[in-house]
Design a protein around this ligand. Structure first.
Ligand code: FAD
Length: 379
């Protein structure tokens, strides 16, 4: 059953159609090998840049597509349906641009934003540290004012595109004032003193490079600080609100892919002289997978529409991330079940989808942290 989407405009419909064609022609043939061998597809992001995907949400005056999140997130879902690492990469790039786009001065935006969203460059978002994951306010990386520059020292952990990014948006401590002592800097990827460790050896999402990034006396000029000193963590958390919607969209794409594969397999695999989809035990499993995937999509789209209308959406974004990532985990696990023994081998995609689903429950704030965000709203 092909997925039909309700888009708010003809422009949105055309875009999704183009992305779906691009994904099946250019991504589908490469995903299995790249994920198996941990190959980072830098050229795919250049191509997505040419197609305007890396600048979809941003203002037209800087060269962006100025598309509502309701559409942009469905593009992410479509990409992730074929290749989760690519969907994640696009959203990490958006997160890296977010503080400059939202809080940069007019001068900073005019100077850097067009280049950062031109499609040639790819960003990284440096918040987490080895001892500061769920609690980023505990970060130790410092940005010390020396002469007329900031000097950044510290270690950032788990950085998507670490060692591949052309620029990093970096949160670093400019004072000891707890979560109010963190500031945000735009750092070129080739800045002297900046280096990346070898990629982490992960359970899945291996086409997405994840590395520690080291800052050893990295000097940045004052005009590369975004907004006032002390506002860094608030800006990072705001970027995470949107980031959670993105991960909800990626999760929904993974769940949809698992459902599509499982339904196809159930229609063709025969036991007891008939296709296994004829057994209610299997078709009910598929029905639950379908219902959960649709619910995840409905929830992230509701949050996106609120965001597009300027209505608060923090709680709904956390709910969407929680529900969609748990859905991806459950639906991919059930897809492996539908495949039986074949599902447990690397010959079919469903086991990879199951490994990819797991990280969705962990990054962009673990699902325990999402519950804190949701629960806070009811205090
Ligand atoms: C593949 C990958 C890509 C990533 N990309 C990026 C990136 O680009 N940029 C970036 O900055 N970070 C990135 N991260 C980091 C990611 O956001 C963190 O891993 C995540 O926030 C959790 O932090 P942690 O791993 O230190 O776990 P911890 O914070 O140590 O948590 C360990 C466990 O304790 C639980 N826990 C912690 N505190 C609480 C609490 N108060 N209540 C209940 N339970 C709690 C957690 O839910 C978890 O189950 C990435 C991580 C991975 C694995």
């Amino acid at each position: 059953m092909p997925l039909t989407r309700l888009l708010p405009s003809r422009e949105g419909e055309d875009l999704i159609e183009m992305i779906t064609r691009f994904a099946s022609a250019e991504l589908a043939p490469r995903v299995a090998e790249a994920e198996e061998n941990a190959i980072f597809p830098r050229d795919v992001f250049r191509k997505l840049g040419e197609l305007g995907v890396l600048s979809l949400p941003h203002d037209a005056e800087y060269g962006g597509g100025e598309l509502p999140d309701e559409v942009a997130l469905q593009v992410v879902e479509e990409l992730a349906r074929t290749w989760a690492s690519v969907g994640v990469g696009v959203t990490v790039h958006w997160a890296s641009v977010h503080p400059l786009w939202k809080w940069g001065s007019d001068e900073q935006r005019k100077r850097w934003l067009p280049e950062l969203i031109s499609g040639d460059l790819l960003g990284g978002f440096c918040l987490s540290e080895p001892e500061a994951g769920s609690d980023p306010g505990a970060m130790k990386t410092t940005a010390t004012w020396e002469g007329d520059e900031y000097v950044i020292n510290g270690l950032k952990a788990w950085i998507t595109h670490g060692g591949e990014a052309d620029f990093y948006t970096v949160m670093a401590r400019t004072s000891d004032d707890g979560s109010h002592g963190i500031s945000c800097f735009l750092v070129p990827g080739n800045a002297p003193g900046l280096s990346a460790d070898p990629p982490e050896r992960k359970m899945g999402l291996n086409g997405s490079r994840t590395s520690q990034v080291r800052f050893d006396n990295v000097r940045v000029s004052a005009d590369r600080r975004i907004a006032d000193e002390g506002r860094g963590l608030a800006m990072a958390l705001d970027a995470l609100d949107t980031g959670r919607l993105c991960i909800a969209a990626v999760s929904t794409g993974i769940a949809q892919a698992a459902l599509d594969h499982a339904a196809e397999y159930a229609r063709t695999r025969e036991q007891f002289g008939r296709p296994i989809i004829d057994f209610q035990g299997v078709s009910f499993l598929l029905a639950d997978m379908s219902a959960r995937t649709s619910a995840a999509r409905a929830l992230y789209l509701e949050a996106a529409r609120r965001k597009d209308r300027g209505v608060p959406f923090t709680r709904l974004a956390a709910e969407a991330k929680l529900v969609a990532s748990d859905t991806a985990m459950a639906v991919t696990t059930d897809a492996v079940q539908v495949y039986g023994g074949a599902g447990y081998t690397r010959d079919y995609q469903v086991e990879r989808l199951m490994r990819e689903a797991k990280i969705m429950q962990i990054f962009e704030g673990t699902n325990q942290i999402q519950r804190h965000v949701i629960g806070r709203d009811y205090r």
